[in-house]
Design a protein around this ligand. Structure first.
Ligand code: ZN
Length: 428
C-alpha cells in the first residue's frame, strides 16, 4: 500500500500555489464548461441567459460574467414557488441527488451523489485538520445542511466525525475526553459555551483534552472572541466564509489577515445595484459562481459586503484574499448562524391580528446573539402570557431560532422604524 504522504501545509499544493495567470486560465476553462453545462441542463439558468440575450459562447473570460444576471436568495425562493421543488436550478433529476437539503424558508437544494467540492475541505485543512483526526461536529444536523456538508468535507481529509450537534455542553465535554477528540467545529458562540463550561468544570484544556484544532463559521468572529476561545481551549481557531448554496468561498490560512478564495469557485465583488465589478480593493457585494454539476449556481449574490486584499501571503497560497465581512446589502440579518428575512418576520406577525406593530431587535449578551420581538398591541386587554407563548412557538417554527417577546406601550416603536434592528457591534 503506497499510502500518500500528507502535505504539511496544503490540501492541494498544486492548486493552492498556482501562479496568478495559471489560476485565471484554469478558472476560465471551468467557467466556460459550467456555463455550457448549466445552459443545457438547468432550465432556470437557460431562461436567465435567454432573458439577458446571451448564449454560452458569449462567456469567454471571467470578466464576461458581468453579462449574466445575478441571482439572489429571494429569486431562488420565488422560482421554487413557481416550479417546485428546485425552481429549475437543478441540473440532474432527484435520482442523482444523495441528499435534498432543507434550509429555513423553507428552501430546497439538491446535494450531489458524490460530494467532491474542495472549498470547505481546503478550509479545514488550512485550519489544521488532518487525516486520522477525530472531529466533534457541533453544527446542527437538524434541518440545517451545513453540518452534513462539513461532515462530507472532513471525510475527504480522512477525519473521523462525531456528529454531535449543538447543546448539552457537559455531555459534549465528556465525549471529547472519552473519545480523545482532536478537532472541534461549530459556531463561535457554541465553542465559547463549551470553553466556558470546560472552565467552570475545572478542566484544563491542555492537560484534560486532546484538542489540536478548532474551526468556526456561520457567525461573526470578533478578534477578542477568537483570542478568548484560543486561550480557553488551548488551540488555534480558524474561520471560513461561504453559503450552503455556493459552498465555501474563502478561508483563513495560518497567517490570517483575510481569507483566501477557494479554488473551485469564482468570487466577484460587485456593485449591488448594477451587478458590475467594483475596482480592486473597493467594498461591494460578494457574488459567487461554483462548478457544481448537480446544482450549478452562476453569479449568486450573497448579500454580504466585503473587499479583496491584493498582497501576497507569506503562507505561500497565491489565491487572492477576501477581507472581513463588513455587513449586509439588505435588511436580512443572521442570528445564531441563521438568516432572518423581514418577509419571514412579517409572516409570523400576520398570524396574530391582535398585534398592531412590531420590531425585531438583535443584541449580543456575552458572546451570544439575542433576538427580541418588540410588540405593540391593538388591544391591551388580550392575555399576554398566552400570546407570548404562541408567538414564541411561531418564531421557533418559522425562523428555527428562539426569540424573546417584549410587549411595549403604544408608540414605543417609531413610525419609520427598521423592521429588523441589528444593534450588535463587532470590535474589529
Ligand atoms: Zn495565506
Amino acid at each position: 500500500m503506497g499510502a500518500k504522504k500528507q502535505d504539511p501545509d496544503f490540501y492541494n499544493r498544486t492548486l493552492e500555489t498556482m501562479p496568478k495567470e495559471k489560476r485565471i486560465e484554469t478558472l476560465t476553462k471551468k467557467l466556460k464548461e459550467i456555463v455550457a453545462y448549466a445552459y443545457k441542463h438547468s432550465i432556470a439558468f437557460q431562461k436567465k441567459m435567454k432573458e439577458a440575450g446571451c448564449v454560452p459562447e458569449d462567456i469567454k473570460s471571467i470578466d464576461d460574467l458581468e453579462k449574466l444576471p445575478i441571482t439572489r436568495r429571494e429569486d431562488l425562493i420565488e422560482a421554487q414557488k413557481k416550479l417546485p421543488p428546485f425552481g429549475g436550478f437543478e441540473a440532474v433529476n432527484t435520482k442523482k441527488m444523495r441528499r435534498i437539503y432543507v434550509s429555513p424558508g423553507p428552501i430546497y437544494e439538491p446535494g450531489p451523489w458524490e460530494y467532491s467540492e474542495i472549498g470547505w475541505t481546503q478550509a479545514l485543512y488550512a485550519a489544521g485538520f488532518r487525516k486520522g483526526d477525530i472531529v466533534q461536529n457541533t453544527f446542527n444536523y437538524h434541518m440545517w445542511p451545513f453540518s452534513f456538508i462539513l461532515d462530507d468535507s472532513l471525510k475527504m481529509i480522512g477525519c473521523s466525525v462525531v456528529p454531535a450537534g449543538p447543546g448539552n455542553s457537559l455531555v459534549q465535554l465528556t465525549i471529547m475526553r472519552k473519545l480523545k477528540v482532536t478537532g472541534v467545529v461549530g459556531t463561535p458562540s457554541f465553542l465559547m459555551t463549551l470553553a466556558q463550561r470546560a472552565e467552570s468544570e475545572g478542566l484544563r484544556p491542555q492537560k484534560d483534552l486532546s484538542l489540536k484544532a478548532g474551526f468556526v463559521s456561520a457567525e461573526m468572529l470578533p478578534e477578542t472572541m477568537r483570542n478568548l476561545l484560543e486561550t480557553k481551549l488551548g488551540i488555534r481557531v480558524s474561520q471560513a466564509y461561504g453559503t450552503v448554496t455556493t459552498g465555501c468561498l474563502a478561508y483563513e490560512c495560518p497567517k490570517r489577515g483575510g481569507m483566501h478564495l477557494c479554488d473551485d469557485v469564482i468570487v466577484e465583488i460587485v456593485d449591488p445595484d448594477t451587478g458590475k465589478k467594483m475596482p480592486d480593493g473597493s467594498t461591494g457585494e460578494i457574488v459567487a459562481t461554483n462548478f457544481n454539476r448537480t446544482y450549478p449556481i452562476i453569479r449568486y449574490a450573497t448579500g454580504d459586503l466585503s473587499y479583496f486584499i491584493g498582497n501576497a501571503c507569506p503562507c505561500g497560497r497565491t489565491a487572492p484574499k477576501l477581507g472581513r465581512i463588513l455587513g449586509r446589502t439588505d435588511q436580512v440579518t443572521k442570528v445564531k448562524g441563521t438568516f432572518i428575512h423581514p418577509w419571514q418576520t412579517d409572516d409570523i406577525i400576520a398570524k396574530f391580528p391582535e398585534i398592531e406593530k412590531y420590531q425585531v431587535v438583535i443584541t449580543r449578551q456575552g458572546h451570544m446573539d439575542q433576538m427580541t420581538f418588540k410588540i405593540e398591541l391593538r388591544d391591551e386587554s388580550v392575555n399576554k402570557d398566552i400570546l407570548r407563548a404562541k408567538l414564541q412557538r411561531a418564531i421557533k417554527e418559522i425562523l428555527n431560532v428562539r426569540g424573546e417577546v417584549d410587549f411595549v406601550v403604544r408608540g414605543a416603536i417609531y413610525e419609520r422604524h427598521k423592521k429588523i434592528d441589528d444593534q450588535r457591534t463587532w470590535d474589529d
